[in-house]
Design a protein around this ligand. Structure first.
Ligand code: ACO
Length: 428
């Protein structure tokens, strides 16, 4: 293959380098496009064809259904690694040794206290507030308590900001849930593992010992690993673009949480469960909802189906589907919505509309069913996604800063009025 691409604009030919990634992905490097053409830009709404950066964190092949963090397959990591090891891998590029992991966790624990005054901010939220809004606000508020003007040339500064957010974020997640359920706030127990501590912080009630349930610990660990990174998705791109202005890590993550909240992104896990519930309440007629999803005059979409990148299957959905069966079996939970979900999946996979558009279940289709079996309220599902995605956001923010990427500032093609004279108000 030639290593340049030729573009012809108004009879003039321009050459642009072709760059290749380690997995042989090919991209045309148009960094000099505007300069050499005298201002020509590209238009690509939704960035469907635009690479915003080079990255060595996560590889995904949507056609083949491959997802790898640092070269390791998601299937192997979900089976053999724990969440904190995966977080280390994503952020620092290699799986940790035992010593590195122990130090990492010990530093995270040292940074897990959230200023008591943050509780006053939490108090001011109405109980009905959505926990994603609460989480995004509290994460942003943490900037005031932990000014994190990070010197990217200082490895220590970078490391400190990473362990600080990994320490405090689960506390905020648990507080957002406890606020909703009216439970007193808690700082957890530093003698526990990262995921065990999260569960205890979320579920411990004041007048009872909290007993760890191995099934829940393993299920949550797996879910967090599966959500930990997904290269340049909407929330991650948000984190990178906010951070590109040299905003701090907490501020960038807070913006990522807001991006994740939308129902077309992380908010889909809540939307899936609500959809399955609605189908159940409506008599379980999946065919009716399939018809609605295909009807272009109906805004209804089959939530948890389709993905911008996966046009084969979402490998995370495969793992989660098996996990949902196991967790519900182990916990002895019989959930009719699991049957509705399986029925819908079967129908959609055989339906020409879904086949033609390559629409498959995504990571969110079955995750809510597991969260529900674990006793997590529906409104908290997207918060759990944020908890899992945190290491990915951190890794991508860190990479962007270390690569000294320029501030993110896309171009546009202006289609508004051309210059015109101002009309005084009485003449309009
Ligand atoms: N139900 C019904 N039709 C769908 C669905 C769906 N879930 N998803 C896509 N389509 C149809 C579209 O109507 C469109 O049809 P057309 O070509 O006849 O106009 C076609 O499939 C392509 O869809 P787009 O919206 O153009 O695809 P895009 O890549 O922009 O969107 C997205 C991907 C947002 C995930 C979409 O599939 C969707 O809305 N899914 C439901 C929400 C969801 O589950 N989001 C979670 C994604 S995973 C994540 O963020 C963690």
């Amino acid at each position: 293959m030639s290593n340049t691409a030729t573009l012809e604009v108004n009879g003039e030919k321009y050459e642009f380098p072709i760059v290749t990634g380690t997995e042989n992905e090919v991209a045309i490097d148009i960094k000099k496009l505007r300069g050499v053409t005298g201002g020509v830009t590209t238009i690509d709404p939704g960035y469907k064809n635009t690479g915003s950066c080079t990255s060595s964190i996560t590889f995904l092949d949507g056609e083949k259904g491959i997802l790898r963090y640092g070269g390791y397959s998601i299937e192997e990591l979900a089976e053999k690694a724990d969440f904190l090891e995966v977080a280390f891998l994503l952020i620092f590029g290699e799986l940790p040794t035992k010593e590195e992991l122990d130090k990492f966790y010990s530093d995270i624990k040292k940074n897990s206290i959230v200023d008591e005054d943050v509780k006053k901010i939490l108090d001011a939220f109405p109980k009905a507030a959505h926990p994603m809004g609460v989480l995004s606000s509290l994460t942003s508020a943490l900037t005031a308590f932990n000014p994190d003007a990070v010197d990217v040339n200082s490895e220590e500064d970078m490391y400190n900001s990473v362990v600080r957010i990994l320490g405090k974020f689960p506390v905020l997640v648990a507080w957002a849930m406890r606020k909703k359920s009216g439970l007193p706030l808690d700082y957890g127990d530093k003698n526990l593992g990262y995921v065990e501590n999260i569960l205890k912080m979320m579920f411990k009630v004041p007048n009872e010992e909290y007993t760890q349930n191995k099934v829940l610990v393993e299920a949550l660990d797996k879910l967090l690993i599966l959500h930990a990174d997904h290269e340049q998705n909407c929330s991650t791109s948000t984190v990178r673009i906010v951070g590109s202005s040299h905003a701090g890590l907490f501020a960038s993550i807070s913006a990522g949480i807001s991006a994740l909240w939308g129902p077309l992104h992380g908010g889909a896990n809540q939307a899936v469960l609500e959809m399955l519930e609605a189908i159940k309440e409506d008599g379980g007629d999946t065919k009716k909802y399939m018809a609605k999803a295909k009807d272009k005059s109906d805004p209804f979409r089959l939530m948890g189906f389709g993905h911008r990148v996966y046009k084969n299957f979402d490998p995370r959905a495969k793992i989660i589907k098996v996990a949902a069966d196991e967790v519900l079996g182990d916990l002895g939970v019989e959930d009719p919505v699991l049957e509705i979900a399986k029925g819908l999946e079967k129908e959609a996979l055989e339906d020409q509309y879904f086949v033609d558009r390559k629409l498959y279940p995504n990571v969110d289709f079955y995750s809510g069913i597991i969260y529900r079996a674990m006793g997590i309220p529906t409104e908290m599902f997207t918060v759990m996604f944020a908890l899992g995605r945190l290491p990915g956001w951190i890794a991508q923010w860190r990479e962007m800063r270390l690569n000294k990427e320029p501030i993110g500032r896309p171009r546009q093609l202006y289609t508004g009025p051309t210059e015109r004279a101002f009309k005084p108000i009485e003449d309009r």
